[in-house]
Design a protein around this ligand. Structure first.
Ligand code: KG4
Ligand code: ZN
Length: 596
């Protein structure tokens, strides 16, 4: 621990660590999930005797899917890996002054009032609904202006800035999804020694590179200054307040100076919308702009599928682990969240136990190692097996993994210490452990997603997007691709079962409302296309400026921008529950203030 190493500063740091610990404890297990909100929606379970009828009734429009294109890319200025293991408990800085919280949390013990474990997504101990909710209901039509386009110049460009945690990302993206210029500065080396992100250091690192990152992205786009883009977007929450402020102040300054439309971006929404990067729009009379796929409408050809609304999203990163239904820009329904650790966090901690990679480099290191290992070598419990909801829990797996590492170390004569202090394991043993961890971690994703997919089919959804840093994992992509195929086949079987049941009933002379509904539902389900997996390219899964620019583009294309004046950052910014009525959303948002 750094605390031990600093001699005279020991007391100060211990005090600081306790203070941080207290903060983290007060905020419960969800500081990492600062942006989440809403209650989990329990799955509908089909009665065993007959297939679920209601599950097939669509309540949201489906659309024709076409393959269109995503953007070209340009190189980033540095590695996209970033430290990511929560706030460092041994934060060195007396500079960490704020009570700003983080989307990456560190659990420091039990405590705080016990609340329902079904309450997912906001800090259990502290969030009583007073945090401003994020919802399309609060969007304002062209509040700070809209980019001007014409027949000759149909696209506009946006400068996007991301500084919510430990990556300074800037990009210039065109409204058809083409990435014109991109720059990324990772703070990996700064935080590595502390075993987690140190907010004060992160803020200073953002501040020291932000201007050069902006310049680099603009130059790569062939632009002289921000006056040559059409709008500016920036992440204003959720995240580390003092870090968010660096990007937000820079973006506001540029928008002010060059009189550009300004868009306040929600970090989690930006991750989700990456599944749509390059989704083109067409003009539709009366309705204005609407998304439409296909080259023939002017989209850019792509080999990657793009998600069209509505779609299901698995958001897995260092601070988040959740399943959402994405209905439109600003309209999200949270189906499940994590009750404790996020998946990326669990990966990073497991990596630390095996002494491979540190911080956010842990996830990729574990993936590489797992490729050489036997996934069945070590028996680990699949979390929440049999629990019929859509929530996640990775703390149990993490602990079981720690115990497994201890056992193996003992058997290899490496001492009893199971933590990071324990002896070195041989390479194959590490690989087996990593593969076993990854296998079970993905199994948990599959269990939850299979249930969520079945439920979402009832709302006409047939696209699964996997977003966030962990989506860069190839093993996860492969397994979830197989899951999509499995669910498509299962749906066919369920339709057949449904039909057989109807025939049996009708054969017995029982033509009821139920059989009629079942017939209609089966017909609808039959029309649903196969499940399709959409995952952004790996380097765009982790935090970056492109996702911010693209999220701003999505909002601008619908005619919304944000007021510059009084614009602030939000360490917590939960998604409004879709079920909530507009008035409730406004009440939660505090009303009266002029922001989205
Ligand atoms: O989205 P992101 O950059 O930051 C957050 O918003 O948290 O995600 C970083 C997380 C880290 O926990 C990192 O270990 C994980 O994503 N990650 C991976 C892989 N690449 C990044 N986890 C598993 N396998 C990977 N290939
Ligand atoms: Zn992120």
């Amino acid at each position: 621990m750094p605390v031990a190493a600093v001699g005279g500063r020991r007391f100060l740091l211990l005090t600081h660590a306790c203070f941080v610990g207290m903060l983290l404890r007060v905020s419960g297990s969800t500081l990492a999930r600062a942006g989440l909100g809403g209650f989990c929606i329990t799955s509908r379970i089909a009665p065993p005797s007959r297939p679920a009828v209601a599950a097939f009734l669509p309540t949201l429009p489906t659309g024709r899917r076409r393959r269109i294109h995503s953007a070209s890319s340009s190189s980033s200025s540095s590695s996209s890996t970033s430290p990511n293991d929560g706030i460092s408990p041994s934060a060195p800085s007396s500079e960490y002054t704020g009570t700003s919280t983080t989307r990456r949390r560190k659990r420091t013990g039990s405590g705080g009032p016990k609340l329902s474990r079904d309450f997912v997504g906001v800090a259990k101990a502290t969030d009583t609904g007073r945090f401003r909710a994020y919802s399309a209901e609060q969007f304002i039509k062209g509040a700070s202006g809209l980019p001007v386009t014409s027949k000759e110049r149909p696209y506009f460009t946006v400068l996007g800035i991301e500084t919510s945690c430990d990556d300074t990302g800037v990009a210039v993206v065109r409204s058809d999804g083409v990435i014109l210029g991109e720059a990324l500065a990772s703070q990996y080396q700064i935080h590595e020694q502390w075993g987690g992100v140190v907010p004060g250091l992160a803020r200073d690192a953002h501040a020291s590179v932000i201007d050069s990152m902006v310049q680099e992205a603009l130059s790569k786009a062939g632009l002289a200054n921000a006056g040559e883009v059409d709008a500016i977007g920036v992440t204003v929450g959720p995240g580390l307040e003092i870090c968010l402020r660096v990007g937000s102040e820079t973006a506001k300054g540029l928008a002010e100076k060059y009189k550009k439309p300004f868009v306040a971006v929600h970090h989690l929404e930006a991750h989700c919308l990456m599944a749509r990067l390059g989704q083109p729009l067409v003009e539709v009379e009366e309705e204005g702009l609407r998304e439409e796929g296909g080259k023939e409408e002017g989209g850019v050809a792509s080999t990657l599928p793009l998600a069209r609304f509505p779609f299901l999203a698995l958001l897995v990163s260092g601070g988040h682990c959740m399943i959402l239904e994405c209905g439109d820009v600003g309209r999200y329904r949270i189906l499940g969240g994590t009750l404790d650790d996020a998946l990326g966090e669990a990966y990073d901690k497991a990596a630390r136990l095996l002494k491979v990679g540190s911080g956010a480099a842990g996830g990729p290191a574990m993936e590489l190692l797992a490729r050489e290992g036997n996934p069945k070598a070590v028996a680990l419990p699949v979390p929440m097996k049999g629990k019929k909801n859509l929530n996640f829990s990775y703390a149990g797996l993490k602990n079981a993994f720690r115990m497994a590492v201890t056992r193996v170390r003992e058997s290899q004569g490496g001492g009893e210490e199971g933590g990071e202090e324990g002896g070195e394991l041989d390479h194959q043993t590490k690989a087996d452990l990593a593969a076993s961890f990854q296998n079970v971690a993905i199994q948990h994703l599959e269990d939850r997603l299979e249930r969520a997919m079945k439920e979402s089919e009832g709302r006409g959804i047939h696209t699964l997007a996997v977003v966030g840093g962990v989506a860069a994992n190839q093993a996860i992509r492969t397994r979830l691709q197989a899951l999509c195929e499995k669910r498509t086949v299962a749906r066919k079987r369920e339709i057949e079962k449904e039909r057989a049941w109807v025939e049996e009933m009708e054969g017995g002379g029982e033509v009821t409302a139920a059989t009629a509904a079942a017939t209609a539902a089966a017909a609808v389900a039959e029309e649903l296309p196969a499940w399709e997996l959409v995952v952004p390219p790996p380097r765009l899964c982790t935090d970056n400026g492109v996702m911010v620019a693209w999220a701003a583009i999505e909002k601008l294309r619908l005619g919304y921008s944000d007021v510059l004046e009084g614009q602030d950052v939000h360490a917590r910014w939960p998604f409004a529950n879709l079920e909530k009525k507009k008035e409730e959303v406004e009440a939660v948002a505090g009303g009266g203030e002029s922001r989205p």
